[in-house]
Design a protein around this ligand. Structure first.
Ligand SMILES: [Zn+2]
Length: 191
């Protein structure tokens, strides 16, 4: 489901949309031409159905699960896996004070065969990934085009690397590095 967070916290009676624009979903009611919240929660838009609904605020909401898009940094590499510290759940706008652990296996890098996890990510890289299971430790995938490395740093001078000829490049050190680069890669990315 393609969801968009409209507002982090809404209170009962608060206007979250108009009926010309959206359908009124769970946790909402229609008042004239306005859609209002029935409860305290998060106002979310189901983009595909153009339907707004309000998810009640419960703690489980804040725990990542299958399908969530997360941002984290690569903590360590071991044989065929990268251990990722998940710092943010992008699709729900949640930042974790204590990061969750995520595991990226080499088989989840691409639909094509990837020989080594080292050609996809390196320690310190910031990555955007999708969670593919429901319980910690979370299994991650970066197969989609906009998933993968969002920002990487030069192994020598530690400056942000730029994209050049579909690889990462440090203009200062003239170093090239291979990664599974996200289409959202940006030298200005901030976690
Ligand atoms: Zn450099």
């Amino acid at each position: 489901m393609n969801e968009k967070l409209l507002k982090d916290v809404v209170v009962p009676g608060e206007v979250i949309g108009v009926i010309e624009e959206f359908l009124a979903g769970e946790g909402t009611y229609v008042d004239g031409d306005k859609i209002r919240s029935l409860r305290i929660g998060r106002a979310i838009l189901d983009v595909d159905e153009r339907k707004v609904y309000v998810k009640p605020m419960i703690r489980e909401e804040l725990i990542p699960g299958r399908g969530d898009v997360v941002i984290g940094d690569v903590h360590s590499l071991k044989k065929d896996v990268a251990l990722v510290l998940i710092r943010k759940m992008e699709n729900k706008g949640v930042i974790f004070n204590v990061p969750f652990h995520g595991i990226l296996h080499v088989s989840q890098v691409s639909n094509r065969f990837t020989e080594s996890i080292l050609s996809a990510v390196r320690v310190m890289d910031i990555i955007r990934a999708r969670i593919i299971n429901n319980k910690p430790p979370f299994q991650l995938s970066i197969k989609e085009k906009d998933l993968g490395v969002l920002l990487a740093f030069c192994p020598q001078c530690h400056n942000a690397m730029v994209i050049k000829d579909r690889k990462l490049y440090c203009p200062a050190c003239k170093i090239r590095e291979e990664r599974k680069i996200s289409t959202k890669y940006s030298v200005n990315f901030k976690l």
